[in-house]
Design a protein around this ligand. Structure first.
Ligand code: ADP
Ligand code: MG
Length: 582
């Protein structure tokens, strides 16, 4: 039933407008809401889930509208041919604009899209091809065989049919390997990139997808209105679409429908009431919407939807699936750091660090706070660029590789400051670790052809979660766990990559005694399995009992290395840790 909800929804969309006695005014308003909702759903993917704010969605709607207008009104082609053209034009426009704009992030990206919104508006109004400010009129209506869909009630069926389709495909996309990648952008790009997610591509994917939905809306709009001009594709409209998404609840697909409905109805009322209150002239509704936007951001930054419905994480049915193929275990040296250095301005955080880790070995990297351990991790995993020296993984010089590429060699890590995505369940976070072990494309996801692979990835995530002893928390929100347990979730995520080399930054911090023992047992088992493990840890007893060798750092420099027993009694180490008291 749950999977087929859209069938009754389609029926309702088609039949409801024909309800006897329903004023056509309401049907028209519903059409406006439906078209806006399609754009707002795109913004959910882009802004709510992917954390990229765009004010330019109205421009992409314009791309779609003008594309179909030119083909059908100027060249007499069927309006149905305008649909692929509208989608393709919006997608290409977004890809081109995204290529130069998506390097920006946060507020700068938002400002960039404002600039595009303004300039594209003037472009629409100044191109002869597009009819300048008068636009293009005499656009034919959509027709099915000889039936022309001129009646708003027919259009309502089509528009809301599209809304249902868009909601379905968007849910499919978000519930897939690439959807997880987009959702993981919320936790910053660092953690996702460390598991091989091409974060730039994930950002581009959501930008192009949102633009294509806007293009679809533009196509519907052009054939409904039968005329286009630049006005509805300007910045004011772009602001309104963003407002709809934010009011409804930017992270929720149903929120987009709610927001589109509310804003369209308020807009309609304001058009009527404001002139009565303030006299005619001036578009004061923009000011009112500005005030509403600020109020929503202050009072309910999550939007209205989560206040109406407590959003619940979907429980995942873990199905038995054949195990993913395992990496052939390498032997011998896995990691080599050679005279690795890192300067932060005048501070030498890592100074000529050299060591190796072999398969089936646990190397402990220890030292007082600020010694440079976490920085070393970042240099080894491609998160930060070394100022000097080289890093070699399984014989490859990876010194200049980005984190995403180093992950492909089977290098997985956990973070000292836990980087799980709060809006995702524990098992979904763990599944990000398996990103590189799947290959389904976003198109396969939208068409739901990725189910077998998804089952394998989730079965693997469930297996690793069980391995670290947290199976019972699979469906909880990741951040509802104690901090110590969240570190263990990060280990399960790392194990999902099937790593040859595992780097753990203070995994035992915040664990109780019994949990530490369980972790030690797990790490011993991984070592016996042939994994190379680099361990940064503060708990001396923990590392001393576990590590085969230790490297001790202080002020960025190695002050001792060797067997734990020898290191423990080294005077330089005692001096560094106890300030010479012992
Ligand atoms: P550890 O993990 O051993 O406690 P870190 O590697 O985090 O130490 O830090 C080593 C030194 O580098 C510290 O003095 C810290 O303040 C400095 N440092 C770390 N990251 C940065 C950064 N991004 N910019 C400037 N200084 C940094
Ligand atoms: Mg640290």
């Amino acid at each position: 039933m749950r999977r087929w909800w859209w069938l009754p929804a389609l029926l309702v969309a088609g039949l409801l407008p024909w309800l006897p006695g329903l004023p056509l005014f309401w049907v028209s308003l519903a059409n406006t809401i439906g078209i806006s909702a399609i754009i707002a759903v795109g913004l959910v993917v882009l802004t709510g889930v992917g954390c990229m704010t765009s004010f330019a969605q109205a421009s992409f709607m314009g791309f779609g509208a003008y594309a179909t207008a030119i083909l059908s009104a100027r060249y007499g082609l069927s309006p149905w041919l305008g649909l692929p053209a509208a989608l393709a034009f919006a997608a290409l426009g977004a890809a081109a604009i995204g290529a130069v704009t998506l390097r920006l992030s946060g507020h700068y990206l938002a400002l960039g899209t404002i600039a595009w919104g303004v300039s594209l508006y003037f472009l629409f109004g100044n191109l002869d091809l597009l009819g300048r400010n008068d636009g293009i009129s005499d656009i034919p209506p959509l027709s099915v065989f000889s039936l022309k869909l001129v009646d708003v009630r027919w259009s309502a069926g089509l528009i809301w049919g599209c809304v249902v389709g868009v909601v379905v495909t968007t849910n499919h996309l978000l519930d897939s390997r690439w959807g997880r990648a987009i959702r993981a952008l919320r936790g910053g790009t660092l953690a996702a990139a460390s598991f091989g997610v091409n974060t730039a591509r994930a950002r581009m994917l959501s930008f192009v997808y949102a633009a294509m939905l806007a293009g679809l809306a533009g196509w519907l709009y052009a054939h409904l209105q039968r005329a286009v001009n630049p006005t509805p594709f300007g910045l004011a409209a772009g602001i309104q679409y963003l407002l709809m998404t934010v009011v409804g609840g930017a992270a929720f697909v149903p929120g987009a429908l709610l927001g589109a409905g509310l804003v369209a109805i308020v807009n309609d009322r304001l058009q009527e009431w404001l002139p009565l209150l303030l006299g005619t002239g001036g578009s004061y509704e923009t000011i009112v919407f500005g005030i509403i936007l600020v109020a929503v951001l202050q009072l309910a930054p999550e939007g209205l939807w989560p206040h109406l419905m407590r959003p619940r994480l979907r429980k995942r049915l873990i199905v038995e699936a054949e195990p993913l193929a395992r990496r052939a275990r390498a032997t011998g040296e896995i990691l080599r750091a050679d005279r690795l250095r890192k300067n932060f301005g005048g501070l030498l955080a890592v100074n000529d660090l050299s060591f190796t880790v072999a398969a089936g070995e646990i190397l402990g990297l220890i030292g007082p706070n600020g010694a440079g351990k976490s920085t070393s991790f970042n240099l080894l995993t491609g998160v930060a660029d070394p100022s000097g020296g080289t890093v070699t993984v399984s014989g490859c010089d990876v010194t200049t590789w980005p984190a995403r590429r180093i992950a492909t060699l089977g290098v997985a890590r956990s973070f000292q400051h836990v980087k799980l995505v709060a809006a995702m369940s524990v098992i979904e976070n763990v599944a990000i670790g398996a990103h590189l072990r799947g290959s389904a494309s976003p198109i396969a996801a939208v068409l739901r052809l990725d189910r077998a692979e998804e089952a394998r990835l989730f079965a693997e995530a469930a297996r690793q979660l069980a391995r670290v002893g947290l199976a019972e928390y699979a469906d909880q929100p990741a951040t509802s766990l104690a901090l110590g347990q969240q570190r263990i979730v990060e280990i399960a995520r790392a194990l999902c990559l099937d790593p040859a080399l595992l780097l753990l930054d203070e995994p035992a911090a915040g664990l109780r005694h019994a949990e530490k023992q369980a972790l030690a047992t797990l790490l011993r088992r991984l070592r016996a399995d042939g994994m190379a493990i680099l361990l940064v840890e503060h708990d001396m007893d923990f590392v001393m009992n576990l590590a085969d060798r230790l490297v001790v750092m202080d002020f960025g420099t190695v002050i001792a290395q060797g067997q734990p027993a020898a290191v423990r009694s080294d005077p330089a180490v005692i001096e560094a840790y106890l300030g010479g008291v012992a």
